[in-house]
Write a protein that binds this ligand. Structure first.
Ligand code: CP
Length: 313
């Protein structure tokens, strides 16, 4: 039985196979409408979500399956002190696969150790968000036609932004990708990402402060929200939240074919006047989220692709 807890749980070949399946689903969704008939997805969300939870549910319904779950720890027996381990054991009796979001780093991993059904990490604290990474890879591949030889700029809250950590971990596995980390000093990428990922992979990276100076160098820009919910001090959040605001005027400094990604939700870091620019790719990411999660559910449930007659993993 396979789980998806960390982006590196899939080999590079498996990652590409899932992206390819998501592309096939996107171009012929109807062909997949009964693939998961009779299967159930449990969404265990201990932390707020719009896209991830609803796209998981939409994905399972689009495959012919059903969904159950909760959208807040206060709707579950976690309020009575039930552990993640016990919850995972219990839900294994009711469903075929679990998608879990939790504010504590490592909670989905712990759930997977006690679950008898596959567990997907739908975001754990400031740690990882591997399903968002697959969405980001799918969107970059569509926009740039490749996943290697790219200069990628990450801008904003690189300390708490779990989507950044997961995407960097994945992009270093492709050839010749370079990184600009654009952040205030207080929101720099964590040391562990540099020491455990970038240095061992001999990745070329720069930590910089200016978005304007960096924009002309980039093939891809990945904007992020300053994560208010992970700050200990509201004053620090208020001081840092508007450090970077991408607007139409600043975007003129960027290459004409540089997609702007953002995992969303956004607050003020991308002005709405960017939305109509053809480089804005963030609502495309949202759409791709459903196809990626359909592909993931199929892969982890070992369902056969009706178009190829084969399983993915
Ligand atoms: N991108 C993302 O994880 O969005 P939600 O928090 O709305 O699920």
């Amino acid at each position: 039985m396979r789980n998806l807890i960390d982006p590196l749980d899939f080999t590079l070949d498996e990652t590409i196979s899932i992206l390819d399946l998501a592309d096939r689903i996107a171009s012929n969704e109807e062909a997949y409408s009964h693939v998961a008939d009779g299967k159930k997805l449990a969404t265990l969300f201990y932390e707020p979500s719009t896209r991830t939870r609803l796209s998981f549910e939409s994905a399972m319904l689009s495959l012919g399956g059903k969904t159950l779950g909760f959208a807040g720890a206060n709707q579950s027996s976690a309020t009575k002190g039930e552990t993640v381990a016990d919850t995972a054991r219990v839900v294994s009796c009711y469903a075929d696969i679990i998608a879990m979001r939790h504010p504590k780093e490592g909670a989905p991993l712990r759930a997977s150790m006690y679950s008898s059904i596959p567990v997907i990490n739908a975001g754990d604290g400031g740690h990882n968000h591997p399903t968002q990474t697959l969405i980001d890879l799918m969107t970059i591949r569509h926009r740039k036609g490749r996943l290697d030889n790219l200069t990628v700029g990450f801008c904003g809250d690189l300390k708490f932004g779990r989507t950044v950590h997961s995407l960097v971990n994945s992009l270093v596995r492709f050839n010749d990708n370079k990184f600009y980390f654009i952040s205030p000093e207080e929101l720099k990428v964590p040391d562990y990402l540099i020491e455990d990922t970038l240095i061992p992979n001999k990745s070329v990276y720069k930590e910089v402060r200016s978005l304007e100076d960096t924009l002309p160098e980039l093939d891809v820009l990945y904007m992020t929200r300053v994560q208010r919910e992970r700050f200990f001090n509201e004053d620090d959040y208020i001081r840092l939240k508007d450090t970077y605001i991408l607007n139409k005027e600043k975007l003129q400094l960027a290459p004409a074919d540089m997609p702007v990604l953002h995992p969303l939700p956004r607050v003020d870091e991308i002005s709405t006047d960017v939305d109509t620019d053809k480089r804005a790719a963030y609502f495309e990411q949202v759409q791709n989220g459903k196809y990626i999660r359909m592909a993931l559910i199929m892969s982890l449930l070992e369902l056969t692709d009706p178009l190829t007659g084969k399983k993915v993993l």
